[in-house]
Design a protein around this ligand. Structure first.
Ligand code: TYD
Ligand code: MG
Length: 459
């Protein structure tokens, strides 16, 4: 049974109920009530009557023009690739949520960052709920930081963590991880949505009130979402995700949301024996090194942050059973089904009775539609058993009517490919460069059929 301190809040409409119900009494959504700690003010006689005292204005109301737009105080971590995704460093009072698969390197990166900050004279705190102090110490030795002065607090109870934060007032605090923290105000188990949400809310409030920057480490479920709390993403200022498969050495950190910087900015790291090292020139790491071109492979230039990245898209089309499979790794599966339909209708390429697998090499996830053309060319190449020419790249979105639509910043993509020695490109007409790019033969197309006939000419 819940203690009487708790209420149940609807995830959909924010309505509350004193006891748990299957259906929200306010908005009738099913299964949306989540236990949460009640606000002290809400325990009075009625919703408004009892809170008169606390409704007294505490801040002045001012027109925007009279409010000083002070820039945020930033603390660069000195790890360039991390600072890049953060938008220049940790922001005073800012809360960062960093998610990723287990073992991908969250704790490693944060320990490196917090040690660098401590060395630069900041006051830091590393709260570990996942591992013992000894395990964190072992990691710091492994990272070549045996003399690290970072204060470590092995603790999982929220109230004790808040107390330490109040007492020490660090500039930066790491909570590794938010799923292990629990509040004794709630009866639900640590890691439950209610606990995670409540604890994150308390920590966020503390960050804003004290100016401490807080980093929350979050686990990711099998489906790739941060466990439970999509709600967390609303609460925090910055959401970063680790990408990359744990089998390769490369790791990508992507900013999904950033109130203090650009979204979709990417930081690239290599996992080494001594922790994560930034890769400052990452353009060509997501290519498999074939000595000669192979069928089913097409290189694309993706540009989701500010830096273009060359990524190899691989496809395998193989005769399937009565219900052929469509599988994709790193690319959207629904979009794959759509592209196959467009290929069939507009380019006469049929894969109806074939299994189709596509993969973005190196564990990188590509969400931009500019991958369409490369996916379709890789599929056709696999189906025909014919490799695309050496030094070939493609990018462009493909619509349901078979039209090839422009990708943002096409020139930058082409220039990056040319810089890395690529010589032939199929791109959307609207991205065609006004002046020739030295060493690059560009075929600008308006429709998918046109792209297919260019490929046949290049054979
Ligand atoms: P970790 O930071 O513990 O992952 P997370 O906190 O995201 O679960 O990363 C652990 C992996 O990284 C582990 O498999 C060992 C490897 N590793 C290295 O390769 N080099 C190193 O210097 C360190 C510290 C870890
Ligand atoms: Mg960890």
């Amino acid at each position: 049974m819940a203690k009487d301190k708790t209420i149940f809040t609807c995830n959909e409409c924010g309505g509350t109920s004193a006891r748990w119900m299957g259906k929200c009494p306010s908005c009738n959504a099913w299964n949306s009530l989540i236990e949460s700690a009640s606000e002290p003010a809400a325990t009075g006689k009625n919703r408004f009557g009892s809170v008169h005292a606390s409704l007294a204005p505490t801040s002045e109301v001012l027109p925007l023009s009279q409010i000083e737009a002070a820039d945020f105080e930033r603390h660069p971590t000195g790890i360039d690739e991390l600072d890049r995704v953060l938008g220049g460093g940790m922001v005073e009072g800012g809360v960062v949520l960093i998610g990723g698969d287990p073992g991908i390197g969250k704790s490693t990166l944060l320990l490196q960052a917090v040690d660098a900050l401590q060395r630069s004279g900041m006051n830091t705190l590393y709260v570990t709920g996942e591992e013992s102090g000894a395990q964190v110490a072992m990691r710091s030795r492994r990272l070549g930081l045996p003399d690290s002065q970072v204060p470590v607090l092995p603790e999982i109870q929220l109230e004790k963590i808040l107390h330490t934060l109040q007492a020490r007032q660090p500039n930066i605090a790491i909570i590794d991880s938010i799923q292990t923290v629990y509040s004794d105000q709630l009866t639900s188990a640590p890691g439950s949505v209610a606990q995670v949400r409540e604890c994150a809310a308390h920590l966020t409030r503390t960050a804003k009130a004290t100016g401490t920057s807080i980093v929350l480490v979050g686990h990711v479920t099998k489906e790739g979402a941060l466990a439970g709390p999509r709600v967390l993403e609303h609460m925090v200022d910055t959401v970063l995700y680790f990408e990359g498969d744990t089998h390769s050495n490369f790791r990508l950190i992507r900013a999904i949301k950033n109130r203090f910087g650009a979204v979709n900015e990417i930081g690239v790291f290599a996992m080494t024996e001594k922790g994560l090292k930034g890769v400052s020139n990452p353009s060509a790491i997501f290519l498999s090194q074939h000595s000669e071109p192979v069928p089913g492979s097409c290189v694309m230039v993706t540009l989701e942050g500010t830096r273009p990245l060359l990524v190899e898209i691989q496809a395998l089309v193989d005769s399937g059973g009565p219900s052929p499979r469509r599988l994709s790794v790193g690319l959207d599966r629904d979009r794959l089904a759509m592209l196959l339909a467009v290929l069939h209708r507009h380019a006469g390429v049929a894969c109806m009775d074939q299994d189709v697998f596509v993969n973005a090499v190196g564990g990188v996830r590509i969400s931009e539609p500019a991958a369409d053309l490369a996916v379709m060319l890789a599929i056709t190449s696999s189906l025909r058993g014919k490799a695309l020419p050496k030094g070939f790249i493609a990018f462009g979105e493909v619509g349901l009517a078979g039209e090839v639509r422009p990708a943002p910043r096409g020139q930058d993509r082409l220039k990056e490919a040319a810089k890395l020695g690529y010589t032939t490109a199929i791109i959307p007409k609207a991205n065609a460069p006004k002046t020739a790019i030295p060493g690059m033969q560009v075929h600008a197309v308006e429709r998918i059929e046109e792209a297919m006939s260019v490929v046949r000419e290049l054979d």
